[in-house]
Design a protein around this ligand. Sequence first.
Ligand code: A5P
Length: 233
Amino acid sequence: MVSNADALKRQAADEAVHLVQDGMVVGLGSGSTAELFLAVLADRVKHGLKITGVPTSRRVAELAEGYGVPIASLEDVKQIQLTVDGADEILQPGLHLIKGRGAALLREKLVALSTEYLCIVADDSKLVKHLGEIQPVPVAVIPFGWRQTADRIRKLGGEPTLRLANERPLISDDELYILDCNFGPIAQPAELDAALKGLHGVVEHGIFIGLAAQAIVAGKDGITDLKPETVPS
Ligand code: A5P
């Protein structure tokens, strides 16, 4: 059954595919909305579009291969012209993000950092006035000493919960644990970004500051095309 949210995600994905041009290297985001984009992109590839995809997770790599979309690893490409990815929260203005509910935040950030134009696709439930309003911040940590790393995060004001899968710690594609850290509404996201990044044991976290160039957001009244400078109405 297609839910209303799925239909909105699909609309955003349909819109984003217009950004793709022949010959591009395209970062392939993770999560349900990015997977819808991949399905639409794959259809264009089937009809002759030539692109190389750079997947942000093993799951997306497998999906792309299944669709017949050519892929390469990040280290094998010089530049990524466009990445289309989802988000858990989108802050306006600025288009700062929380990502990582799908545990792919490390590869998503590495791909985003090597991308000329990061476009976020989402339904309008993701728009927030403060990051942290709805979702915790996922933090990817080294399993060794993770409880001590969690204590360091507590000192920054976050409440970490180890993410589980089948009652065992979830292991990311890069063999990391994920701590979902509840900071409540975050007043200074850029400061928290830097502080988390500076903690021993932390490899990466899901706050994305200043990386998105556009967000295509679908709501009941249609598509809204947001840029970092767009002021919320
Ligand atoms: C994956 O790790 C995440 O960053 C996703 O991009 C994010 O959770 C959005 O996912 P949905 O499109 O499924 O909401």
